[in-house]
Ligand binder design. Structure first.
Ligand SMILES: C[S@@+](CC[C@H](N)C(=O)[O-])C[C@H]1O[C@@H](n2cnc3c(N)ncnc32)[C@H](O)[C@@H]1O
Length: 206
């Protein structure tokens, strides 16, 4: 980890600024995707291996998660991921607008108690940042096994003027999208009998 992390950390300028993603990644990628809170890195590693022309940026402050993703990257020879090993809320304002074509927030910490809901990642401020960072037509992908968090997100995102929810039928949110793998977190939720929902929102044209 001591060797690999400095090499794979997103390259940032003075005060943590990011002038543009191609130079911060140090590679030639056709588009960029972001995963917020990658946990053990199963999903981002899977997406990166399946999409070698895409540069994926993963944010995760939990050191064991970062170590686990680095192990996977070495084991599977994955070269198109860069890491921000801290709170995503510090990074998002530093990145130029329209940088990403997809943003993933999968099984975020649920904060199920009413008095803790304001700690949830999905908030009007976070949605404003995601709306700024997504290119026109870009996607915000969300998943959760906590019904109240799914309702909360649906309500907040559909109220936001920059997003639309193009779902047509229950299959669109009940079935795991074909490009995802089942993560350990998701397996635990399913084993405990909790239903998972997968929401895909589209960034409207500016
Ligand atoms: C419940 S886990 C889910 C992990 C993974 N997405 C999955 O589906 O297996 C939520 C993760 O989000 C991370 N997280 C929480 N708040 C975060 C933040 N502000 N910025 C980046 N990551 C965050 C946590 O450290 C944790 O690893």
């Amino acid at each position: 980890m001591e060797v690999k992390l400095p090499e794979l950390r997103l390259k940032m300028g003075e005060g943590g600024s990011v002038a543009d993603l191609p130079s911060a990644f140090g590679g030639d990628f056709k588009e960029f995707w972001l995963e917020i809170g990658f946990g053990a890195g199963e999903q981002i590693a899977h997406l990166a291996a399946d999409n070698p022309s895409v540069g994926l940026l993963g944010c995760e402050p939990f050191v064991n998660g970062v170590a686990s993703l680095l192990d996977r990257m070495v084991r599977d020879n994955i070269e198109n991921i860069r890491i921000f090993d801290d709170d995503a809320r510090l990074l998002l304002p530093q990145i130029p607008e329209k940088s990403f074509s997809r943003i993933f927030l999968l099984f975020p910490d649920p904060w199920p108690k009413k008095r803790h809901r304001k700690r949830r990642f999905v908030s009007p401020e976070a949605l404003d940042q995601m709306a700024r960072l997504l290119a026109d037509g870009g996607e915000f992908r969300f998943a959760s096994d906590i019904a109240d968090y799914v309702r909360w997100t649906l309500e907040m995102v559909t109220r936001h003027p920059a997003f639309e929810w193009p779902a047509g039928s229950p299959r669109d949110w009940r079935e795991r999208p074909a490009e995802f793998v089942e993560t350990r977190y998701e397996t635990k939720a399913l084993t405990a009998g909790r239903r998972c929902s997968y929401l895909s929102f589209r960034r409207k044209s500016r």
